[in-house]
Write a protein of this length. Sequence first.
Length: 479
Amino acid sequence: MSRWEPVIGLEVHVQLATASKAFSGSSTAFGADPNAHTDPTVLGLPGALPVFNRQALDCALRLGLAAGCRIRPHSTFARKHYFYPDLPKGYQISQYDQPLCEGGAIEFLLDDAPRRVRLTRIHLEEDAGKSIHQPGATSLVDLNRAGIPLCEVVSEPDIGSAEEAAAYMRALHQLVRWLGICDGDMEKGQLRCDANVSIRPAGDSALGTRTELKNINSFRFVQKAIEHEIRRQIRVVEGGGQVVQETRLWDADAGTSRPMRSKEEAEDYRYFPDPDLPALVVDDATVEALRTGLPELPMDRCRRYLDQLGLSPEDARVLTAEAPLGDFFDAAVSAYGDPAGARAIANWIQSELLRELNRDGRELAACPMTPAHLARLVTLIEDGTISGKIGKQMFAEMYRDGTAPEHIVARDGLTQISDEGAVEGVAQAVIDAHPDQAAAYRGGKTKLIGFFVGQVMKQTGGKANPALVNQVLARLLSS
Ligand code: ADP
Ligand code: MG
């Protein structure tokens, strides 16, 4: 065990999926020509006044409620000043001492064990634009992203490893997509993370000096960047040095970080309340309406699958990765009519449905098979109408065309042959046609039973009840 214990706190920026910007009417659509989505407010032109976007407030409140935060009935916007070419106003509208949400936690599983990372706060702010540095000494500025509403989710320093930091970020990603408040496209920068990292002697309670790693935009890089930083700090301290509080830039290509600037302090930003924006007043009725409208949350669903439906942690994790998949599963279990069918249904979804969807790059919503069809397929197998093997063949057509299972069974005459006399007739014919193998079996090579079963299944087009075939063959061959 290492003598050093890492301590990590994350600040995650979540781009809210609103149609227009946080304080003005221009579009938030991705991929337009540079500076196509600007207006006087975004450009910071004199006289332009911000008006806060109600949709952004609802998104932030839903996230705060889902994370169990306290909602501040009266929060304020502040100006956070800094100079940067992609920030034409010279300040970013953010929240400072009166954020919208405080407290709460993000819960998730790490190696199947429940974890809980407390949140300090969730506040609203606007995004900055983007500088594009060209070869030579030219830089271009694109303000399409400027003014897009963000939630900044700040965690307590509760995270104890790089792996846990990545799991936390995945859980947050899952939650914002689940709530429909962010599309979570990491490649478009819709979820971005700054990681604060320190180390302390194992068992100590005081926090060590931290560094802040900027510019981490994938789950894999969160883990790599933090692992790298922990190792670097241990090397510094064990070499007799001290960790310097600073902001470091993670370079994903080089797999390393470099100092960017010494840590800025709050006073450097010259925060003050934005005089152009009235206080954000959120009444109880609004909060309660949004709370009531929340869906079942991922961790609650996961616990229900584990505790009430007896699914394996792996099944529970996969089925709660995206809300629509679990909705499909729940609808199938309910159509089946008995929670005892949950594991079989989970199995079909895991092994067949997801494989087909992945292969085709298809969304579940575009799949014509209904949850009720899947439930009835499971019933047909369980009551012995069809064999599991035939069920798998039928699944392909159900998935592709949305055909009802009973229809396929009737049309193709797939009903399982469970009549002993019928099976016996085929089995006897197979034995008669293979006298050498029959003699070898009788001479002790009982493994040949598999060969005979295979032949009978072939003759019956896979429709014979396999258990019955085994039993009949064993009897005929030993007589
Ligand atoms: P800022 O980055 O604006 O100075 P805070 O001081 O509130 O903001 O801290 C931001 C993040 O840093 C939080 O997620 C917090 O948990 C984390 N943090 C603070 N101190 C430490 C520390 N010593 N080690 C690791 N993380 C820390
Ligand atoms: Mg910070």
